[in-house]
Design a protein around this ligand. Structure first.
Ligand code: M6R
Length: 617
């Protein structure tokens, strides 16, 4: 997601802050900003666009190397837009009403709408569309009400009011020697240096300055001064934690200590799914405030047309099952490059749902324009705020995966599924097919997904071992029924794109119409087995391929004992409603593909012949 750097010490702060942001550039961002104290005053400089623009603005005042002046304390930020488009106003740091407190924030404040409404009622004016601005105002409210004027206490009180994920850096004009940091569900480390102390959302930002770091835990805060750091828990009690010595090089640090971005990004799935779901599932209701479709619109939709490419297309296939089952609207799914040229039946009663991680895929964009030209209303499920597809769609539902660097899409898919379910539930509710109690039930089941993903990732060594035994396979088949078939398409794509092993996804019932001829002694078959009503049929299909010599890896829920006797190995995922199972069951497939590719010595993050964003036809 976004990047944070902070410093207080005896050295010029601006070169440290801008240098730190530079180290985080690889993650992608759309704007950058800095807040610092000098001569008793708080200054904020922020710019939409490249870090270079911010640096140039500062250079005009502080010289080429930014070391002019007497700035010794500051907080800085690179923003990856979530709430509000990339702009100077929406960039961080954000200021409190009096302009005395500046805040940088990574993460998502889930209850910011409620907080914003109540602060507005108290007369606070907002200058940005962000969720972060409420934090600056809340901190100032608590600070002003405190006779001792203690910034750390004001931050702790604010932490008690905000819900969601956050890493915060907070600077106050009243105390030029201190700043405060805090975190929950968003990473933040404190760096301990000889000439001062630091905060960073990612270790690479401060690695050239120190290798001694304190990892802040959830709901902890830290008060940083040039000569020391004090860490406290949510109740303000001191936390005594030994620093950790980081011996990673910069490249390893960028990957969070993982060997590849792909592995790092898979480990971000629980956070990404939570950030996509939780702000929209409040008090058991599904709130898609940014979507303007009302009950009359929903009733008038005669067809949903889904358009996407690659992984996003596979998310679209899951969407077909979900929307048809819940909202009872016919759904067609097309790969964008086919849709554009097939003279599709689309009209004003069609809702065209366009799915894209980057929001820049040319085929998807052109297909969306074609759907619009034919009168369809367009809704984009996109990861990059302000991307071309997001700008042109009538409505946008953002996934909150954060930047994805590995070419093979992982966390983006899990979050696309999360968004697709939200849309399906919303359409069903608008069409009167889902009452409040049912919404609350689904909301609870959706919110349990991140924790289940945590367990799957923790159990990954099972897949590592299986992949080590089978990475020499010449061909792998992914077979499933219903949503497991939709999921198999993504499992197969993941394996082929990073391991270069030929792979196909097949519907279980379709095998006997031809493909079973390819099954021979030792052929590897991967079967997601999460659809209880179709389980007996799938067991029949597994017996068919086993009878011809196949080796079968099953991916099944904890309570699905039956499959042990037909599979050679079974990877277990937590019990989950079959409708939601793809969000969980894809992760073992991603892990399997990853370990196969690593065993084969493939370039996992940059597979041959592929680009992250396909902006040509
Ligand atoms: O950015 P988009 O979601 O529009 O990209 C679509 C495909 O190019 C993308 O999903 C591609 O298939 C990935 N390499 C899959 O891992």
């Amino acid at each position: 997601m976004c990047g944070i750097v902070g410093y207080v010490g005896s050295e010029p702060a601006l070169p440290i802050l801008i240098g730190g942001l530079r180290r985080l550039e690889y993650r992608g961002y759309d704007s950058a900003g800095v807040a610092y104290l000098e001569g008793g005053g708080l200054s904020v400089v922020k710019r939409k666009g490249r870090l270079q623009r911010l640096e140039e603005a500062l250079q005009r005042q502080y010289g080429e190397d930014l070391s002019g002046g007497s700035v010794r304390i500051g907080i800085a930020h690179t923003r990856w837009a979530t709430h509000g488009a990339p702009s100077d106003e929406n960039s961080h740091p954000h200021l409190s009403a009096s302009g005395r407190i500046a805040v940088v924030h990574n993460g998502i404040i889930e209850n910011y709408m409620e907080l914003r409404a109540s602060l507005s009622g108290l007369g606070y004016a907002f200058v940005s569309e962000t969720d972060t601005e409420v934090v600056a105002h809340l901190i100032e409210r608590h600070y002003d009400a405190d006779a001792k004027k203690d910034l750390l206490s004001a931050v702790l009180r604010t932490m008690g009011e905000i819900e969601g994920s956050y890493a915060l850096g907070v600077l106050c004009a009243d105390d030029p020697g201190t700043f405060v940091a805090a975190r929950k569900d968003s990473p933040l480390v404190v760096g301990l240096g000889t000439n001062g102390n630091f905060i960073a959302s990612d270790i690479p930002a401060i690695l050239s300055r120190t290798r001694e770091v304190l990892i802040l835990e959830d709901r902890e805060a830290a008060c940083l001064r040039a000569d020391g750091v004090r860490v406290v828990d949510a109740l303000g009690r001191p936390v005594d934690r030994a620093p950790m010595h980081v011996d990673w090089d910069v490249e390893a640090a960028e990957k969070g200590g993982y060997e590849h971005f792909m592995m790092k990004e898979m480990h971000e799935e629980p956070r990404a799914v939570r950030d996509t779901l939780a702000p929209r599932l409040r008090d058991g209701a599904i709130r898609l405030d940014a979507i303007t479709i009302d009950a009359a619109d929903a009733a008038a939709i005669s067809k949903v047309q889904i358009i996407a490419c690659g992984t996003a297309y596979h998310a679209g296939v899951v969407a077909k099952y979900a929307i048809e089952r819940l909202a009872r609207i016919p759904v067609e799914v097309d790969v964008a490059s086919e849709f554009r040229y097939r003279d599709p039946l689309v009209d004003a009663r069609t809702l065209a749902v366009v799915i894209s991680q980057s929001g820049e895929t040319l085929d998807t964009m052109a297909a969306m324009r074609e759907a619009k030209r034919r009168g369809a209303r367009t809704l984009a499920i996109v990861n990059v705020v302000g991307s071309s597809i997001a700008r042109e769609a009538d409505d946008v539902l953002y996934t909150m995966a954060g930047p994805e660097i590995a070419v093979a899409s992982t966390k983006a898919y899990n979050t696309q599924l999360a968004a697709v379910y939200l849309l399906a539930f919303r359409l069903a509710a608008l069409r009167g097919l889902l009452d409040e109690a049912a919404c609350a039930g689904w909301s609870e089941r959706l919110l349990a997904l991140p924790e289940a993903l945590d367990r799957i990732l923790a159990d990954r060594s099972v897949l590592q071992r299986f992949a080590a035994e089978h990475f020499n396979a010449r061909s792998v088949f992914f077979i499933g029924r219903g949503l497991d078939y939709a999921l198999s398409m993504e499992g197969s794509l993941k394996l082929k794109e990073i391991s270069y092993i030929h792979s196909e996804a097949y519907a279980g019932g379709e095998l006997k119409h031809g493909t079973i001829a390819l099954i021979e002694e030792g052929t590897l078959v991967v079967c997601p087995l999460t659809q209880a009503p179709l389980l007996e049929k799938m067991i029949g299909n597994i017996r068919e391929v086993k009878a011809r010599g196949a080796v079968v890896l099953g991916i099944a829920t904890d309570s699905c004992a039956k499959v042990d006797e037909v599979c050679d190995a079974v990877f277990r995922i937590p019990d989950v409603d079959p409708l939601l199972a793809p969000v969980l069951a894809v992760t073992p497939m991603q892990l399997f593909a990853y370990y196969v590719a690593v065993n084969k010595g493939c370039d996992v993050d940059k597979p041959r012949n592929l680009a992250k964003s396909v902006t040509v036809e």
